[in-house]
Every structure is written in structure tokens, then in C-alpha cells.
Design a binder for this molecule. Sequence first.
Ligand code: SF4
Ligand code: FES
Length: 220
Amino acid sequence: MSTSKIFRYDSDGIVVTYEARRCIHAEACVHGLPAAFDPKRKPWVDAGAAPADDIARVIERCPTGALQYQRKDGGPHEAPPPKNTVRIAADGPLYFHGRVQVNAADGQPLARETRVALCRCGKSALKPFCDGSHTKAGFKDAGAVSSLQVKNEAGKSGDGALVITCSTDGSLGVGGDFELVDAKGGVAGRGNLTWLCRCGGSGNKPFCDGTHKKIGFKSN
Ligand code: SF4
Ligand code: FES
């Protein structure tokens, strides 16, 4: 995985960090609090332009995790939602929301966050994270689930965390309780084990069907 620069913006009450390459311009921030997040201004984040509570609330809507915060005023830290969800974006990434841990194939932790967008078109230069390359690559997938491949296995629920293992040149293994949500917002299934495609080639998206081997997918 290549590295990505993280920008930092401070006010008395909150520190905002922004990892530009993980932003896919979904604009939840810009529409949610334009005084603090204005892409026409330099720097584009003004952490003092609104109360820390409002800034935190809007950052928690950033689906990719490009924006994060830490409170300096004793306010609450971001809490994970009660349920882990995996949401498929039409023509875009997989959004994970919950107690999310992303591990490399060798078990090395890559992220421990509540909001993460992972590449499923196979073209990101920041794998396993989405960097918006799906748009340039013309990736197309409606984000529907036609043949559910989610298991419920004893002993796989763990401690409530959703552990995603990025296998070398292969799928994203997902272990831990989760709800799979299609691009229209419908719950397609619930379970605690699945393998999701990240090469862009599966004939049964969002699940891995082994196509990565045929197309010679490289995860690095
Ligand atoms: S909400 Fe997150 S992904 Fe969307 S524009 Fe803002 S920083 Fe980028
Ligand atoms: S990762 Fe795409 S088919 Fe396996």
C-alpha cells in the first residue's frame, strides 16, 4: 500500500485530520457544514468556524474516513454505531461502518476506524483503501445482491469488531457480525463471514467468485 499525506487543522476545541487520497468527494462535509468545509478556500477546513460538536457530527458522516477528529475540549470521541454495516456503493467502493479493523494478509493492522471505504474496482493506487479511481476507470456495478454469499458460522462473531483481511492478490475476507446493505439501502443479508471482491472482475459482485486468479489481479 502506498502512503498518503494527512493534513491537520486545529481549533481550541477540536483537531480535524484529512487524508486527501481517501476523499472521494462525496461532499457530506461541504453540504453539512459549509462554514467549516469549503473547498474554494485555502485551507479548505476551518476547525474554528463552528462549534466542535457540529464539526464532529458532520465528520462522522464522511463515509470514507478521509476526515477524522479528536476532541481537545473534553467532548465525546466518535463512538461506533451499534451494528456493523457493509454498504455497497453503485459504481463505487465498499463502505464499512462500525468497529472496523482492516488487516493486511499477514495480520498487520492497516486501520482501526469506524468509517472506511475499501476499493472494489481493483484500480486504487492506495489499496486496500478507495482513492476514487473507480470514476476514472469507468467501473460499473449497480450494487445489487443477486446471490447472497454470507455465512453464519459459530465462533466467528468475535468481540463485536468487524475484521477485514486483505488477502494477497485476492478478496477481502470479512469476519464478525455485520449487515450487508445494497446500493438502494436495502438489507441484503446478515452474517459473520464472507469474502468480497476487490479485483473488480467477479461475476457475482459484491462477492468474490475466484475471478481474481483468472485476470491476474495484483493487490500491490
Ligand atoms: S465527506 Fe469525506 S469523502 Fe466526502 S468530500 Fe468530505 S472528506 Fe471527502
Ligand atoms: S477478488 Fe474479485 S473475484 Fe476474487
